[in-house]
Ligand binder design. Structure first.
Ligand SMILES: Nc1nc2c(c(=O)[nH]1)N[C@H]1C(S)=C(S)[C@@H](COP(=O)(O)O)O[C@H]1N2
Ligand SMILES: [Mo]
Length: 403
């Protein structure tokens, strides 16, 4: 199905399926889902190095695994995820941030200079990961962008604390959620605007930032220039880009992107934080990320020399408890050894690790890595299936050949 057929399907009426994917009526079981229609070719968006293209409009581009060799993901290789087709070029000089809503005392507007000047700047390392990272590995297959392992990145973010910005507006005692909107919009009027909300406690967390810098530079256009929300520990969906308004509200936000999309079954992920005002009968919004790891320097089918030391390298991260251990197995999970954790950049950051071993026996070996966080949660060996393919933290298995 090409984009034109897809659009026709949309105009013909959108079928909205739980958990909130827009599926054109023409799409029937057995056909390729949206997102799988474009193969994984490399393509460069302006200002970016070639990334793995998943869809072009809206732009969904994935970071290749080899770009994860350091703890910081370079800005020009940071993944790009948008839901709506129109992403305007926002000019720093004319950009304004509106701070208001029914639950503030004094609504006001900020320029970029005011945001930088009037509020104490904070810097922190944090992972932005799409909830659907690794969706493409889901068995059975689920619709949505068919991400591999690169719908994530780690950066040093700089910005004002959201709580300081809200304090200037004066929160009323009935504030329940803080609602965020960006400058992007859909191709057709019926496409719901991308609006997200946070529970008050997460919005007031000292680590939640209204960010204007990424790794010491202005944000790239595709990653939300000039200002985006940074919600350390929580899925990328809350990290609203090209932020234009922040509203404190006494009621739950009911828009599509909260009520239908980015929701998970209630009982399957017991260790994650709750967003009480958005909980439904059997599903609930995705919140903090589950513990996970990625092997970054070994490819499927790679050859290793018998008797020669080999070093497996990788990254581990979670929803903000911090990484306690990473274990590596070189024999398909029969035995595990602790990897060495590298420098700690804070509990929201990627944590680099490595493990050196000497393969003795020739033949096929299976490499695996398994991270555990400080809460004691660990990666799973069997996929916790959910219809949108979220929270995939299945332990990787990489086949290598020792000769
Ligand atoms: N305005 C706006 N902000 C957005 C989105 C969007 O579609 N529009 N997508 C969200 C989602 S789902 C993710 S995963 C992250 C991706 O951030 P990135 O493109 O900087 O990697 O942005 C979030 N912020
Ligand atoms: Mo996402």
């Amino acid at each position: 199905m090409d984009r034109r057929t897809f659009l026709k399907g949309l105009v013909g009426g959108v079928v909205v399926t739980w958990p909130g994917l827009l599926v054109p009526r023409s799409l029937r079981a057995g056909e390729l889902p949206i997102g799988a229609v474009e193969s994984a070719v490399r393509a460069a968006l302006s200002g970016k190095k070639p990334l793995i293209k998943r869809t072009y409009r809206p732009p969904n581009f994935e970071t290749p695994v080899r770009a994860f060799s350091g703890v910081i993901t370079p800005n020009d290789q940071f993944f790009v995820r948008w839901h709506l087709a129109h992403i305007p070029q926002v000019a720093a000089e004319t950009w304004r941030l509106e701070v208001g809503g029914d639950s503030v005392e004094h609504p006001f507007e900020l320029t970029l200079d005011q945001l930088k000047r009037d509020f104490e700047p904070v810097e922190l390392f944090a992972v932005c990961q799409c909830a659907g990272n690794r969706r493409g590995f889901s068995e059975p297959h689920v619709p949505g962008v068919q991400w591999g392992a690169g719908a994530m990145g780690n950066a040093r973010w700089k910005g004002a604390r959201l709580k300081d910005v809200l304090a200037r507006a004066g929160l009323k005692s009935d504030a329940l959620e803080i609602v965020f909107d960006g400058a992007d919009y859909g191709a057709i009027d019926e496409t719901p605007d991308f609006v997200k909300s946070l529970p008050l406690w997460k919005a007031l967390d000292e680590n939640t930032l209204v960010a204007y810098e990424m790794n010491g530079e202005a944000l790239p256009h595709w990653n939300g220039f000039p200002v985006r929300l940074v919600v350390p520990g929580w899925s990328g969906t809350y990290w609203v880009k090209q932020l234009t308004s922040i509203s404190a509200m006494p009621k739950p936000e009911t828009g599509f992107w909260m009520s239908r999309a980015y929701r998970i079954p209630k009982d399957k992920f017991p260790h994650i934080e709750r967003f009480l005002s958005q909980e439904g009968e059997d599903n609930t919004p995705i919140t903090d990320m589950v513990v996970n790891s990625l092997i970054t320097n070994v490819e499927e089918g790679q050859r290793l020399r018998a008797g020669k030391p080999a070093t497996v390298k990788g990254l581990a991260w979670d929803g903000g408890h911090g990484i306690r251990t990473v274990e590596v197995s070189v024999n398909g999970g029969r035995t595990w050894r602790d990897a060495q954790l590298e420098q700690d950049y804070g509990r929201f950051s990627f944590r680099a690790w490595h493990h050196t071993f000497t393969p003795r026996r020739g033949g096929k070996h299976v490499l695996m890595a398994r991270a555990t966080n400080r809460q004691g949660s660990t990666q799973v060996h069997e996929l916790i299936f959910n219809p949108a393919g979220y929270h995939n933290n299945v332990v990787q298995r990489i086949n290598v050949v020792v000769a």
